[in-house]
Structures are given as structure tokens and as C-alpha cells.
Design a protein around this ligand. Sequence first.
Ligand code: SAM
Length: 355
Amino acid sequence: MPSSAAEERCRELVDLLAREHALPIEKYEELVSSFSPSLAAYAAERALVTRRAVYGDDVFVRGLLEISSYCRNDCLYCGLRRSNRSAERYRLSPEIVLACCDEGYELGFRTFVLQGGEDPALTDELMCGLVRAIKLAHPDCAVTLSLGERSHKSYQALFDAGADRYLLRHETADPAHYASLHPAELTLEHRLACLRDLAAIGYQVGCGFMVGSPGQTPATLAADLKLVEGLRPAMCGIGPFVPHHATPLAHEPAGSVGFTCYLLSLLRLIEPALLLPATTALATLDPRGRERGMLAGANVVMPNLSPTDAREKYELYDNKACAGSEAAEGLAELSRRMEEIGCHVVVDRGDARRR
Ligand code: SAM
């Protein structure tokens, strides 16, 4: 039973969201600021019913390849930022990436996610060649790119080469909050323009944000939820902020796993067909983070398919989980753990379905 009239009102808002898939921004803010474990459990129940109606209990897996840790950007939260002189940098050769994809294919992956810092060496020529080679070797697989902000021309060339999806978290929908987390040359306006370009070109687009990033408030989170509601992306990646020791935000507290799961549930209700990952940051802060994410309404996991020495150097934040069921070779363990909570890892490209 709800403990108060305020929670009763929030449960009604959750019901309304489950029916309408939209709310006024001030109602999102009320839901965000009223987080409690019991309200989150209520939202998770509704989110699971919603997810099951579209995806059942299927879990889509994506093989994550961290192709470069070089980055020209200086985001205040990220361990790959160019000012982090202690970071060991690496770049995977196309041959290594292709070998990892072959290995991933044998394990049952049908989507490969190529992610990296904004590395000027990842030219259109190099990346288009790599995308073409992966699609030639594995025509039944999807290729997702997550390479940050590029020009329309570049996004178009990569799409024409065969890339299917693009992940570009918007990070925060509030311009002042965005400015507090990034150097002046990076703007929310440009990030959103990139997302619009990607959608117009025909990619399945993913946006997303960190939960608990310094300066985040219920109002900025309400703006994030409203942005997802308006953008209707195919995917949305959210995960708790985790500090990295060599960044200016090293001493900030990490985001909360329970609160992130609550937001996953709200996102599922906003867009029932959303491809919603239980991210590595969740698993980093809680060994059962993936399971908790799935039980809140997520339906995607992205085990690491990069060579082991690269995984450690791709250090966005401290203590990043990249072994056991976080690793592609631990897919059997991941499947077992998912079965324990009634979910089933499937061999499938895992495209967004219609609701
Ligand atoms: N460079 C590409 C981009 O900007 O989209 C892709 C790589 S970037 C490292 C991938 C994501 O990592 C970012 O969108 C950000 O949300 C997340 N990230 C970076 N630092 C983080 C931190 N300290 N805690 C949690 N997530 C973080």
C-alpha cells in the first residue's frame, strides 16, 4: 500500500504515463523528485508489463568493441578526456576488430557496437571500410556506431557503408547543466543537431544521459525525460555517473543504482518499444546491476567484446566492470543469470519492434 497521499498521486501519474506515454514536464519533475523504493517497485511492475507486451522476456545482446581510447574532447566526467595525461591510449586495427566480430558471431552476437573517443584517426575512409567489411563478413548482423559528434556528410557516408544504428547520448537536456559538464567548445545545441542529422539520414538513433552527474536536479532530469518523449529514439542509454580518479569530478559521489532503475522504468513507460540497455555502469556499482536493470524494464545488455588489454585502458570511470558476465566470452554466465530472473538471451539482431 502507498505510504502517503503524495505517493498515491505519483502512482496515478505512473498509471497515466503507462496509458498515454507522455506527461507534462512538471509531472515528470514530480515523479523524479518523489523517488522512493516503493514507488520505484510500482513503476517497475508497470514497466515489466509494458516491456513484455512488446519484447516478452527476450534479452538482446550487443558485442561492444571499444575501438579507440584517443579523444580530442575534454568532457569533465570522462577518463578518456584529452587532459588526462595518465591515460594509456590505444586504437584497434581493422583486422583486430574484424577478428573480434568473427569471435562474437560464433558466440551468438548479431549486433556489434563500435564505440570510441573522438579520435581524428577514425576517418570516414577507415570507418566506412571497416563497416563494409563487417557487413560483408556478417550480413545478418547490425552495426551500431558510437563515435561522437561528426559532420552530416560523415554520418551519411557511414550509413551508406552499411551502419544501421548510432548511439549519441545527449548527456543532459539542460543547456546550463551541459555547459557545466563540458568545455565551452561543446554545446548541447550541436549535440542535438547531430541527433537530428542521424535520424534524418535513417539511422536507428539512441540518445541517453548519466544519472547522478554533478549538478543534475529533478528539473534537468524532467527535461531529459521530456526530450526522450519528443525525440522517440529507438534506443536510450542511461547509467549512473561513476567518478574517474583523473578527472576534475574525481571526488563527486557516484549515481544511485536504485534511482537509475526507477528512471529505466519511466523510460519504458514513455516508449514501450525502446531498446533500453542495462549498462556496464550499473554492473560496476552493483554486481546484480544488470539483473536489477532488467527487472526495471530494460531489454538489452552490451557485453564487452574488445581484446582484454584494451578493456582496461578504455577507462571512462574507475573500476569499470569488464570481466565475467560483462565480457562477451562470459555470455553463458550472463544467459544463466538472466534465466534466473525469467529472461532469455536470444540470438537476434534485436531491432526495435513496433509496439
Ligand atoms: N565519444 C563518444 C560519445 O561522446 O558519444 C562515445 C564514447 S563516450 C566515452 C560514451 C559515454 O560514456 C558517454 O556518452 C557518457 O555518457 C559515458 N561516460 C563517460 N564518462 C562517464 C562516467 N564518469 N560515468 C558514467 N558514464 C560516463
